[in-house]
Design a protein around this ligand. Structure first.
Ligand code: UDP
Length: 322
């Protein structure tokens, strides 16, 4: 059993990873400022409401901590293009403050939430981890910068870290009352479900991409499988493993229209939609090469078949939080 500090543990992926860590018998402390996370997602006795940029406030929570899982960040690409300073301040500034506190408290293991957005518009798909950085949004830039800083901290502080580059996180754990609750919501699957409920058409952003049906291809990964990747990354670090970066995706891509059809099949309802222009910054195709994660950490997706993802998202959507 280890003592794990989870920053941003009241958010979507953080709260579900916290459940997985608890299920493995770890002791968990959650730091969250609740600016985007939700209080109800975290067992109250584990939650500490702290601003990550307040280094002095963070430090005492690192006492006796074996490793940190660092989710706390803003995640909306569109918002980051309108408010880049907010993203640099929160995502880079928050991380730096945390790393300073960890250095002072002697905590030397970290799992970091990174993103496929570090690759921008990749030259090669499926994308391997050694593809060059090329972020095209302040959000992607903020995550790239933190990954670079972690490279330096490995060398000069002995901080061992695993950066997990998420592809399209989705799905839910309705059995735990946990799922996507972003406001405003910008992600495809919850928006398709909302369109069914409200009758307001969802916009399909672009049908002229060079893909099988003209809509963008993405690699949809169930949040439970993402959470498992964090547990595997922690085990790697606890065993003395070296710093590394891993894509977390299935290696399989689906188009926006394919997702829409699966939503219609699962719900038995028509999704009202309109065709809209391309959304700024969208790459045609983002699919992970996840061989490295599978080979190095023995991770395999278990719940990421698209039908299962949509069933879980739909159950959570109908039932709401537990
Ligand atoms: N998308 C769409 N309409 C929406 C939201 C998303 O057509 O209202 C498309 C978007 O262009 C992308 C895919 O769905 O190709 C997944 O988008 P999302 O925002 O869920 O994740 P991202 O790929 O941006 O991380």
């Amino acid at each position: 059993m280890s003592k794990i500090l989870v920053t941003g543990g009241a958010g979507y992926i953080g709260s579900i990873t916290t459940r997985h860590l608890l299920a493995q018998g770890h002791q968990v402390v959650v730091l969250d400022d609740l600016s985007r996370g939700h209080r109800h997602t975290t067992p109250p006795e584990l939650l500490r409401i702290v601003h990550l940029q307040d280094t002095a406030q963070v430090e005492p929570h690192l006492e006796g901590v074996d490793a940190v899982v660092h989710f706390a960040a803003y995640i909306a690409v569109g918002e980051s293009t309108r408010e880049p300073e907010l993203y640099f301040s929160n995502n880079i500034g928050g991380s730096l403050s945390l790393f300073a506190a960890m250095a002072r408290m002697g905590v030397k293991r970290l799992v970091f939430s990174s993103t496929a957005a570090v690759y921008g518009n990749p030259e090669k798909v499926p994308i391997p981890e050694d593809a060059p950085f090329g972020p095209v949004s302040p959000y992607g830039e903020s995550k790239t910068t933190v990954e670079r800083i972690l490279g330096q901290l490995d060398q000069f502080r002995g901080l061992r870290s695993v950066a997990l580059r998420y592809f399209n996180a989705c799905g839910a754990e309705p059995e735990n009352g946990l799922g996507e609750e972003h406001e405003p919501e910008t992600h495809l699957i919850p928006l398709l479900l909302r369109a069914i409920e409200s009758g307001q058409p969802v916009q399909i952003f672009g049908t002229d991409y060079p893909t099988s049906d003209g809509t963008c291809v993405r690699d949809y990964i169930h949040v439970s499988d993402l959470a498992d990747a964090h547990v595997a990354a922690l085990n790697h670090l606890m065993k003395g493993g070296a710093s590394a970066q891993f894509n977390v995706g299935t290696g399989r891509g689906e188009t926006v229209m394919e997702v829409l059809r699966v939503v219609e099949e699962v719900t038995g309802k028509k999704v009202p939609f309109t065709i809209a222009p391309r959304r700024d910054g969208d790459a045609a195709e983002l699919v992970a090469d996840s061989t490295k994660l599978r080979r190095t950490l023995g991770w395999e997706p278990r719940r990421s078949e698209l039908r299962q993802i949509v069933e879980d998202a739909w159950t959570f959507f109908q039932r709401g939080r537990g």
